[in-house]
Design a protein around this ligand. Structure first.
Ligand code: ADP
Ligand code: MG
Length: 270
């Protein structure tokens, strides 16, 4: 059964897309079958996985509107070793179109359920807002990975996201939880970053991933080559950190509670 994770934070530029594509590449590198879903109309995660968003015949938009299945719309990125359910500008329209439709927040969940056996991990790159698109991501997921920079307002910025996750958990998806906070773009020479990092650990305990992603210029350069850093320059410090993070995710997933749906199935089948 595929484990499904949203990479979310309502702030822009915090490293969501970088985390999604590099974690996908890291997981693929250690032998996991991965689907990366781009839920941001900017299509950065698509382009950053070596897939030209302008040339795509089918995207996550078609999947949300139920005119294509995940199997039909996902494409393999040869260079990266994972499948991509891509996005482009067209997806911006889905926001409005979905409002009119039934089960509007569960469309991605339904579609992913049909591809469940094909992947070990599904990673969803969310846009920087709590929109209908993000809601589709949160309704589909077992957990949320929250990338964050260790800056002064980091904790305050989390409140909205934590509240949204609580609401989705209560009303729409009882499996949803924060899997962990990932410290990204970390610079240990900056005292404030160290302090905020300590605060995070005090507040959130083992919800803070052990792996820390350093600020690393190779990670920032990689998208202009249409690749995740992990593929573009595997020896870079940032790339190595993401492969380490992939291993941490594999370990953490083994300790996750069994999702409710399968508990019900197991109980009734026994
Ligand atoms: P988001 O998807 O949250 O908007 P991005 O992943 O696009 O954020 O990251 C924002 C910018 O920061 C991009 O230019 C990206 O290349 C850069 N970046 C992200 N992570 C790192 C890192 N660890 N080191 C250096 N630059 C980074
Ligand atoms: Mg992004």
């Amino acid at each position: 059964m595929a484990k499904i994770f949203c990479v979310a934070n309502q702030k822009g530029g915090v490293g969501k897309t970088t985390t999604t594509v590099n974690l996908a590449a890291g997981l693929a590198k250690i032998g996991q079958r991965v689907l990366m879903v781009d839920l941001d109309p900017q299509g950065n995660a698509t382009m950053g996985s070596g897939i030209d968003k302008r040339g795509l015949e089918l995207t996550v938009y078609d999947v949300l509107l139920e005119s294509a299945s995940v199997k039909e719309a996902a494409v393999l990125s040869d260079k990266c070793g994972y499948h991509v359910l891509g996005a482009n500008r067209e997806l911006a329209g889905a926001e409005v179109e979905l409002v009119e439709l039934e089960r509007r927040e569960k469309r991605l969940k339904t579609a992913l359920a049909q591809a469940d056996g094909d992947y070990d991990f599904v990673l969803i790159d969310c846009p920087p807002s709590l929109s209908m698109l993000t809601l589709n991501g949160l309704c589909s997921a077992h957990g949320v990975i929250v990338p964050m920079q260790c800056e002064y307002f980091a904790l305050e910025g989390l409140t909205d996201l934590v509240n949204t996750i609580k609401q989705v958990h209560a009303n729409l998806n009882a499996d949803l939880q924060i899997i962990g906070l990932l410290r990204v773009m970390f610079d240990p020479r900056i005292t404030l970053q160290q302090q905020v990092s300590e605060q995070l650990k005090d507040h959130f305990g083992d919800k803070v991933f052990h792996t820390v992603i350093p600020r690393n210029v190779r990670l920032a350069e990689a998208p202009s080559y249409g690749l995740p850093g992990v593929v573009f320059d595997p020896s870079a410090k940032g790339s190595q950190a993401f492969v380490e993070f992939a291993q941490e995710m594999v370990d953490r997933v083994q300790r996750l509670p069994v999702p409710r749906n399968s508990e019900v199935k197991m109980a009734s089948g026994a």
